[in-house]
Design a protein around this ligand. Structure first.
Ligand code: NAD
Ligand code: UDX
Length: 475
C-alpha cells in the first residue's frame, strides 16, 4: 500500500508549511492539516495566513482546495489517513517535575490518545515535533495499549530542521531529511513509505535513515550545536569590546577554516526563537535525568551565555544613556526574533524591552511584521506599571524614531539598512544614540551624520561632537 492520504496534526509554524510543501510536491496525495484552534484553521482557509513566511502564500494558493485542506475535524482526518504527522507544540514545562526545563509532552500524548481512540485502520504515525529521546516509546505505549483489534501502528521519528523566515526554501532544498524507525521488517517498510514521499522532490542520498532514538537525539543535538556556535561567538564579542578586536573580523578569520565553516557565527544581541532555548533546556534535563551532570552543565552554559549577552546589551544601552533611561523615549526597531518572520517567541527584543521598562523608559516600537496585539501581549506578561502609556507601537520607522533619545535595533530586517538616517537624526532628541544589536548598519556613516553609535563586538571609534551638536569631527 502506498500513502494516499496524510493527516498533519498541528497547523503551526512547522505543520502548516511542511504539509503545504508535501501537498505541492505530491499532487497524488491528499493532505489534510488539522488543528484544535478554530481561529487558526479559519486563517489558513483565508487570504491572511496565520503566520508570515516568505513564499508560503503561493504554495498554499496552489494546492488549497485541490489536495491540501485545513480543517478542525481532527477525528475524520485521522480516520481516513494512511500516515499522520504529529506537529504539535512541545513547550518547556511550566509546572511540576522538570518545571522550566523538561519538554511538556501533553499535546503529543493527547494526540496519541486521540489517534488510538478513532483509528479503525493501520497507521504510520510520524513524530515531527521535537521531542526528548525515547518519546516514540511513550507514543507506542499509548497506541498499543489502546489499539482496536486488527489495527496496527508504526511510529517513525522525522524531525523538522526548517528555520523560520526561510521555511519554504529549507523544505524544498533541505540539507538532509532524517527518518528514524524500528529495526524490524514492519519498521523498515514504514521508513521506506515515508522515504518515497520525500523522494518526490528530494534526492535519495539526502534522506538519512537511522534508528528511532538516534533520530530523536540528532534533532536536539543539531539545535544545541547551532546555538552553541552563537553563544561561542557572542562570548568572544565581549572579549572584542574589552580589547579592541572586531568580532566580525574574528568570526571571518575563524570561519575560513574549512573544519569550522562560516555559518552561524554572526554575533548578536542573543539568539531567540521557539526552539534553541527550549531544546537546550530539554537536553540539559535529559542529561541530568541520565545522571550525566557534567554533560548537562556543558550545554547549560550555552543558555547562560545567551542570557548574559541579552543583559549585557541592555546594560550597555542604559549605561551609555548616562545611567538612566527613566522617562527617556527609546525606539526599538524590530521585535521579531529574526528577520522575515512575525514570530516573537523568546525574542531577545522582549528581554531588552523588559530591562528598559524596568529602568523607567518609554518605548516606541516598530516591527514590519509583528502585530501590535502580539507586542502588548508579550510585554504584559511582566509586572510593568502603566504599560499602556509606556509602550507605543508604530507602523513605520520614521514615526517610531521621532523625538526619541535612542534607537535600539533588535531585529535585522533589511528595511532598517535602507532607512534615511539623516532624516531620522534631524527629528530625534540630541544627543541621538543608535545601539545596533544586529551589526547591520553602516556605523561610520551614522557617526558622520551625528549619531553616537554602539554595537556588539566592536568599539566604534569615537567622534567628537561639538557642544551645539553640530557637525561631528573625528577624534
Ligand atoms: P506552534 O505552536 O506554531 O503549532 C503547534 C500547533 O499544534 C498549534 O496550532 C496548536 O493549536 C496545535 N495543537 C496542539 N495540540 C493539538 C491537538 N491535540 N490537536 C490538534 N492540534 C493541536 O508550534 P511549532 O512552532 O509549529 O512547533 C511544533 C513542533 O515542531 C515543536 O515540537 C517544535 O519544537 C518543532 N519545531 C519547530 C520549528 C520552528 O521553527 N518553529 C522548527 C523545527 C521543529
Ligand atoms: C532553528 C534552527 O536553525 C532550525 O534548524 C530548527 O529547525 C529550528 O530552530 P529558527 O529558530 O527558526 O531555527 O531560526 P535560526 O535561523 O536558527 O535563528 C535562531 C536565532 O539565532 C535567531 O534569533 C537568530 O537571529 C539568531 N542567530 C542566528 C544569531 O544570533 N547569529 C547567527 O549567526 C545565527
Amino acid at each position: 500500500m502506498t500513502i494516499k492520504k496524510i493527516c498533519g496534526i498541528g497547523a503551526g509554524y512547522v505543520g502548516g508549511p511542511t504539509c503545504s510543501v508535501i501537498a505541492m510536491m505530491c499532487p497524488d496525495i491528499r493532505v489534510t492539516v488539522v488543528d484544535k484552534s478554530k481561529e487558526k484553521i479559519a486563517q489558513w482557509n483565508s487570504d491572511k495566513l496565520p503566520i508570515y513566511e516568505p513564499g508560503l502564500d503561493v504554495v498554499v494558493e496552489k494546492c488549497r482546495g485541490k489536495n491540501l485542506f485545513f480543517s478542525t475535524d481532527i477525528e475524520a482526518a485521522i480516520k481516513e489517513a494512511d500516515l499522520i504527522f504529529i506537529s504539535v507544540n512541545t513547550p518547556t514545562k511550566t509546572f511540576g517535575i522538570g518545571k522550566g526545563r523538561a519538554a511538556d509532552l501533553k499535546y503529543v500524548e493527547n494526540t496519541a490518545r486521540m489517534i488510538a481512540d478513532v483509528a479503525t485502520s493501520d497507521k504510520i504515525v510520524v513524530e515531527k515535533s521535537t521531542v526528548p529521546v525515547r518519546a516514540a516509546e511513550s507514543i507506542m505505549h499509548i497506541l498499543r495499549a489502546n489499539h482496536k483489534p486488527g489495527v496496527s501502528y508504526q511510529i517513525l521519528s522525522n524531525p523538522e530542521f526548517l528555520a523560520e523566515g526561510t521555511a519554504i526554501d529549507n523544505l524544498m532544498n533541505p540539507d538532509r531529511v532524517l527518518i528514524g524507525g524500528e529495526d524490524s521488517p514492519q519498521g523498515r517498510e514504514a521508513v521506506e513509505k515515508l522515504c518515497k514521499i520525500y523522494e518526490n522532490w528530494i534526492k535519495r542520498d539526502k534522506i538519512f535513515t537511522t534508528n528511532t532514538w538516534s533520530s530523536e537525539l540528532s534533532k536536539l543535538a543539531a539545535n544545541a550545536f547551532l546555538a552553541q556556535r552563537i553563544s561561542s561567538i557572542n562570548s568572544l564579542s565581549a572579549v572584542c569590546e574589552a580589547t579592541g578586536a572586531d568580532v566580525t573580523e574574528v568570526a571571518r578569520a575563524v570561519g575560513l577554516d574549512s573544519r569550522i565553516g562560516s555559518k552561524f557565527l554572526q554575533a548578536s544581541v542573543g539568539f531567540g526563537g521557539s526552539c534553541f532555548q527550549k531544546d537546550l533546556l530539554n537536553l540539559v534535563y535529559i542529561c541530568e535525568c541520565l545522571n550525566l551532570p557534567e554533560v548537562a552543565a556543558y550545554w547549560q552554559q550555552v543558555i547562560d551565555m545567551n542570557e548574559y549577552q541579552k543583559s549585557r546589551f541592555s546594560t550597555k544601552v542604559i549605561e551609555s544613556l548616562f545611567n538612566t533611561v527613566t522617562d527617556k523615549r527609546i525606539t526599538m526597531l524590530g521585535f521579531a526574533f529574526k528577520k522575515n518572520t512575525g514570530d516573537t517567541r523568546e525574542s531577545p527584543a522582549i528581554s531588552v524591552a523588559k530591562n528598559l521598562l524596568d529602568e523607567g523608559a518609554v518605548l516606541h516600537i516598530y516591527d514590519p511584521k509583528v502585530e501590535e496585539s502580539q507586542i502588548i501581549d508579550n510585554l504584559s506578561a511582566f509586572d510593568v506599571d502603566n504599560i499602556k502609556n509606556r509602550v507605543n507601537i508604530y507602523h513605520d520607522a520614521y514615526s517610531a524614531t521621532k523625538n526619541t533619545h535612542a534607537i535600539v535595533l533588535c531585529t535585522e530586517w533589511d528595511e532598517f539598512i535602507e532607512l534615511d538616517y539623516e532624516r531620522i537624526y534631524s527629528e530625534m532628541t540630541k544627543p541621538a544614540y543608535i545601539f545596533d544589536g544586529r551589526k547591520i548598519l553602516d556605523h561610520e556613516k551614522l557617526q558622520k551624520i551625528g549619531f553616537i553609535v554602539q554595537t556588539i563586538g566592536k568599539r566604534v571609534s569615537r567622534i567628537a561632537v561639538s557642544r551645539t551638536w553640530g557637525s561631528p569631527t573625528q577624534m
